[in-house]
Design a binder for this molecule. Structure first.
Ligand SMILES: [Mg+2]
Length: 267
């Protein structure tokens, strides 16, 4: 639980709780995706497996200076190594929020939930980050949580501090320069390719880890955002699996998320 903004938070929590009380069936009772993430040990087995495999791949990729997990990155042989992690359902598990919040989703609902609750890690991530850092690898966190100014608050990007604190709550130390949010700068859109390339200007990217194809692939989303000029579709996303076939399990590690993601909006 974060320590700031108690008055607004308490009021918001009350409203959320009131809504939940009035609509006890707002989460489909048989939402198998939510139930699986919440209750199945199998989910945790997979996340541990993903992070362990990623960790085991680190030494070889550190040593092989010709390796990069960022397609198109060149001249990176002498750059310091880094890995890029998404945040939600990659570092932090939001399943309790997903179960509790009143539909439809809004970024502010997650923000308020986050301020009131202690974040929990996706199993395996804490150990992976520790191993990467012990090996001299810098860890960057790229989230599509957007910077949004709220009319009733002074800060221009309160989501930055909340997200930093949540990452710290799961047991991972992080400084602001290693976390980027969507719209933190005008050019940092939800198309994460832009920010991956920014990291790639100063670091050799060993790994990309996320739970959404958009964490890895350019133009995987339904909404067209520069530099993309066409929407991602179910067909284009499947084609991209083949285009980037060499990376899956080999620099790119994807975690399961049946609860939400860009896959829900593409056609
Ligand atoms: Mg995510």
């Amino acid at each position: 639980m974060k320590t700031t903004r108690p008055t607004i938070l308490t009021a918001t929590l009350f409203l959320l709780t009131a809504c939940a009380t009035q609509s006890p069936t707002h989460v489909p009772k048989k939402d198998m995706g939510l139930l699986w993430v919440k209750h199945a040990a199998d989910y945790e087995a997979i996340t541990r497996q993903v992070y362990r495999n990623a960790e085991m791949a680190l030494p070889g990729m550190i040593q092989d200076k010709s390796w990069t997990g960022l397609p198109g990155q060149t001249g990176a042989e002498d750059l310091p190594p880094a890995v890029i992690l998404d945040v939600d359902e990659t570092v932090i598990t939001n399943v309790d929020f997903q179960i509790a919040f009143e539909r439809p989703f809004a970024n502010r609902k997650l923000e308020m939930w986050d301020r009131e609750h202690t974040a929990r890690p996706v199993p395996g991530v804490v150990e992976y980050v520790a191993a990467a850092r012990a090996a001299g690898v810098t860890v960057f966190f790229l989230t599509n949580r957007p910077c949004e100014k709220y009319e009733d608050e002074d800060e221009t990007c309160p989501q930055k501090q909340t997200t930093l604190e949540s990452i710290r709550e799961v047991g991972i130390a992080v400084e602001p320069e290693f976390l980027t949010l969507a719209l933190e700068r005008p050019e940092w859109t939800r198309e994460k390719l832009v920010r991956r390339q920014v990291v790639g200007e100063t670091h050799r990217i060993l790994h990309v880890i996320g739970d959404d194809l958009g964490d890895f692939l350019p133009c995987a989303r339904e909404k067209v955002v520069a530099p993309c000029d066409a929407p991602g579709t179910r067909a284009s996303r499947r084609e991209d699996l083949d285009t980037y076939a060499n990376y899956w399990g080999n620099g790119w590690y994807i975690l399961p998320n049946p609860m939400h993601g860009s896959w829900t909006s593409v056609r």
